[in-house]
Ligand binder design. Structure first.
Ligand code: ZN
Length: 408
């Protein structure tokens, strides 16, 4: 079996286990499928002779491959869950030799990927690509990364002449619903000098900039009254909330920003005559501006309390994850090695300031610098997700090259 076949076989084995995360569940992992996959991986890691293998109560998988050469200890991390975007949890992938034009994913249900909407297909003409059947995501986010890491371990296992440092592996649940798995990781089991996530993004993409992210909860208690005697009595919490929302610049919202522009996002509201609860997300790449945004929220709520002295207003601001680049620059070894690997492999690098977070943003906030490189797949969180086998192999090449560079 060649490397492409090994990768593909592994990938198909992992996507056959449905493992959608479920944000209505409050325990981690949020779904049984993630535990099933975690156990399968632990078994396979045993066959590949890794040590310190464990699956903890959150279904985080840890394992170590002892080094045979002097090198920094590097961690590799991928997530077990697939996203729930109201598509089928069951994934039925198909490999299609792409000959150009539109791709019919499902003749019966008339589901097609149009080339006009997905011009990125063009570069993979005359290649084998793994697609969905149109009813689900593909789950290359992030099972292509799991297959990548497992195949790398298999290659090192089969060829003891390859020099490598000590590697620590972690597979974590519930990334898609707020980086929950990396939040509960036991870092005593993941002692590394730095780490990599392999997630998202097409060929060549490098992510070491993500948002600084916070969640704000505001709870307003008004005063309810019968309308016949409401004058000077009723305090309508919804109108109090409205006054707060109107204090924020309507230009600094997700729909009006791009690149490295941050925002405030009122993302949820619920109300009745007595209470109104609001959720707001704060996002900014720049740490100083992020802190300023948090202060702006505090000042706005102080102002609101002055305008509505009879309302009770609670404010809670939580930091959720932070920009990886708060702790690392491009020239530092963990990031510089990715660029060097891409250069030596002849893959053009595409630096991407992610308008979101990765498990690496969580780990970086916890003290482990963890940049991300591409898994090779496209159109995440969509039925149009696809994985060209050549990019899949390229992503594995980067993993192997990083290991080689670390012992130089
Ligand atoms: Zn992902």
């Amino acid at each position: 079996m060649n490397i492409e076949e090994t990768l593909t076989k592994r990938f198909l084995r992992y996507v056959a286990i449905p493992s959608q995360s479920d944000d209505s569940v409050k325990t981690i992992p949020t779904s049984e499928g993630q535990t099933t996959l975690a156990r399968l991986l632990a078994e396979e890691l045993k066959e590949l002779c890794l040590t310190d293998i464990s699956v903890d109560e959150h279904s985080v998988v840890y394992a170590t491959l002892q080094g045979n050469a002097e090198a920094p200890v590097i961690g590799f991390l991928a997530h077990l869950d697939t996203v729930n975007v109201s598509l089928s949890p069951k994934i039925s992938p198909q490999i299609i030799h792409y000959t150009g034009g539109d791709v019919v994913l499902n003749r019966e249900k008339n589901i097609v990927i149009k080339l006009s909407e997905h011009p990125e297909l063009e570069q993979f003409k005359d290649e084998d690509i793994i697609f969905t059947d149109g009813t689900s995501v593909l789950g290359a986010d992030d099972k292509s990364a799991i297959a990548n890491i497992m195949t790398m371990l298999e290659i090192l296992h089969n060829d003891p002449t390859i020099r490598h440092g000590t590697l620590r592996i972690a597979f974590v649940p519930d990334e898609e619903i707020g980086l929950c798995g990396s939040k509960v990781m036991d870092l005593d089991k993941f002692k590394v000098d730095f780490a990599y996530t392999i997630d998202c993004s097409g060929l060549g993409q490098v992510v070491y900039e993500t948002f600084n992210a916070g969640t704000v909860k505001i709870r307003i208690k008004g005063i309810s009254a019968h309308p016949m005697s409401a004058k000077n009595e009723l305090v309508n919490p919804m109108l109090v909330a409205h006054d707060l929302i109107s204090m924020f610049d309507r230009g600094q919202t997700p729909e009006h920003t791009e690149g490295r522009e941050g925002y405030w996002w009122f993302s949820q509201a619920s109300a009745d005559p007595l209470y109104c609860s609001l959720t707001m997300l704060i996002r900014d790449h720049d740490k100083k501006r992020y802190e300023w945004r948090k202060q702006f929220v505090k000042d706005a709520v102080d102002m609101l309390r002055k305008i509505h002295p009879r309302a009770e207003i609670d404010l809670d601001i939580q930091d959720v994850y932070e920009n990886i680049a708060n702790n690392v620059v491009r020239e530092d070894r963990p990031v510089a090695m990715i660029y060097q690997a891409l250069e030596e492999l002849g893959i053009e690098s595409v630096t991407y300031a992610m308008r979101g977070g990765t498990d690496g943003s969580q780990l970086s906030a916890r003290g482990i610098v963890t940049p991300n490189y591409f898994s090779g797949a496209f159109n995440f969180h969509s039925y149009a997700e696809f994985l060209p086998i050549s990019s899949f192999k390229n992503s594995l090449d980067v993993t192997l090259k990083l290991i080689e560079l670390s012992v130089r």
